[in-house]
Every structure is written in C-alpha cells, then in structure tokens.
Design a protein around this ligand. Structure first.
Ligand code: C5P
Length: 261
C-alpha cells in the first residue's frame, strides 16, 4: 500500500513532541542482519553518510559483531544492540554492564519486571538506553496460552508497556501497528522503535504487520528499524536516502498537526 500524504495526515497523532531535536537520519536504524563481519563492514561502507544508526542483532553478534559495534561508535555512528536480554537478575545486570562499555545507544531487554530492573542496574551511569520488548510479534493469543500465559497479546502488551514505564525503561520495541495505541497508553515520554517497515512497493517477505516509513512516523514511532529493504537493495544508499526523506516529510506533517492543535 502506498502511503499518501492524506493518509499520513489522517493518521497523525497530535503529540506534544519531545523528540524534535532528533534528526530524520538518526530516526532510521539499519538492521545489519548479515552473516559475517566482512559483509557487515562492506554494507556500512556502501551506505556511507546515508545511514547514521545501525542495529546489531544475534546473528552478527555471534559472528563477532560487538567489535564492529565499538568501531562504528568510534566512527561517530550510533548503535542499537538487539540481544533481548532475559535471565536471572544477576546475569542480566552483568550482561547489561558489559554491553554498556561498548558506547552503544540502545539495548533490548524482554519486558519481564525482574529482567528490566536488573538491566537498569547494569546500565546505570552509562549512556546506554534500554528498550523493552513487550510481546514478540511472532506470538498470537494461542501461542501465549500454549506458553502458559493468562493474558492475550493486547492485554499483555499494555500490561508490560506500563510495567516498563514504571520501571524507568527508556523505550519500547513494537510493530508499527501497535505504536499509536501504545503511545496512548504510555504517553509521550517513552521512545517507540518499530521494525516491520516496508517502503511503498517493497516486497513483504516474512513480515506480516508492516507499514511504510511515513505511516509509522505519523503513528507515533520515533525510530524505524529497516533491514532487507536497504541491505538487499541494488543501491542501499539510495534506498536509505529515500527513507530519510520520507521520515522528514512525515515529521513535518506531524509537526503541522501539532502546531494547529
Ligand atoms: O529485514 P527486515 O526489515 O524485515 O528486518 C527487521 C529487523 O527488525 C530484523 O532485525 C528483525 O529481527 C527485527 N525485528 C522484527 N520484529 C520484531 C522485533 C525485531 O522484525 N518484533
């Protein structure tokens, strides 16, 4: 579905924006879901100045990606470490403390109260901000019931988002479809980061609940995580530039809506 400006306006939430200082380019987070350091470094070189923020997940971490995280930070890039921590509190706290030494900006933790509190203790005194994963987007109500949970997805997402806010967690990761409703529940203070982004005309691949960059921003997302549409493009830098331009236009429309309010 192509996002028209009218659609963007129609879905714009009137938020008193506390994150206007963030540049559109820093709102795009390119997921380096690549099998080796060599591949990841080649992608970073191809993207050059068109990308300023990278996500390093489990695949690349287990291929030595944390050393790349440090090099990216040294080169002036921002880094999101997506390791979704969850273990006994002592282990989570110590793991978060190690990751805080890398100079990254974001780290994910599963939104279990024990894990969130432990991760907060681990990152205390550092610049590293925690993002809580409420309910994995691959789960539906039946999956939660099978895993022994008493709540369905909606109820659990809301419950955990509020628990994350109460614990003092910086932000949340979620599908763009949930961003607008979650923004209403948690208010303006939390940073919302959404994967599941597809530029207009792009193949869905294995993503089911997707949005264009403009609609995700209009719905209240602060940062967009985009992987394959950028990394598998013929010209990754051109795609990144287009997404940054879409983000800038959507932000301008959101700003106009807010000023009218
Ligand atoms: O290639 P694509 O744009 O689909 O990549 C999306 C990225 O966001 C991947 O790194 C994926 O692991 C991550 N992610 C997601 N859905 C979530 C959480 C993270 O797609 N619910």
């Amino acid at each position: 579905m192509i996002a028209s400006n009218a659609a963007v306006r129609a879905t714009s939430v009137e938020r008193a924006d506390m994150s206007d200082q963030v540049q559109p380019r820093d709102r795009l987070i390119v997921a380096l879901d690549l099998p080796s350091l060599t591949d990841a470094e080649a992608m970073v070189a191809r993207l050059g100045d068109s990308a300023s923020f990278y996500k390093i997940g489990m695949e690349l971490t287990y291929a030595g990606g944390l050393s790349l995280a440090e090099r990216l930070v040294a080169d002036g890039k921002k880094v999101f470490i997506d390791l979704k921590l969850h273990d006994i509190p002592n282990t989570v706290e110590r793991a978060a403390r190690q990751i805080a030494k890398l100079g990254a900006s974001f780290l994910t933790v599963h939104a279990y109260p024990q894990s969130m509190k432990a991760a907060l203790a681990g990152v205390a005194g550092s610049e590293l901000k925690l993002l809580a994963v409420t309910v994995m987007t691959s789960y539906d109500d039946a999956d939660l019931a099978e895993a022994g949970f008493a709540f369905g997805v909606r109820e659990l997402v809301t419950r955990r988002a509020l628990q994350a806010k109460e614990a003092g967690i910086h932000g949340l990761v979620m599908s763009p479809e949930e961003a607008e409703a979650t923004r209403k529940v948690v208010g303006q203070s939390m940073t919302l980061v959404t994967p599941g982004i597809r530029p207009a005309g792009e193949a869905l691949r294995d993503q089911k609940r997707i949005m264009t960059p403009a609609l995700a921003i209009a719905g209240g997302a602060d940062h967009l995580v985009v992987g394959r549409p950028v990394t598998e493009a013929k010209d990754p830098a051109a795609v990144a530039e287009q997404i940054v331009a879409d983000i800038a236009s959507a932000r301008a429309l959101v700003g106009k809506t807010n000023r009218k309010a």
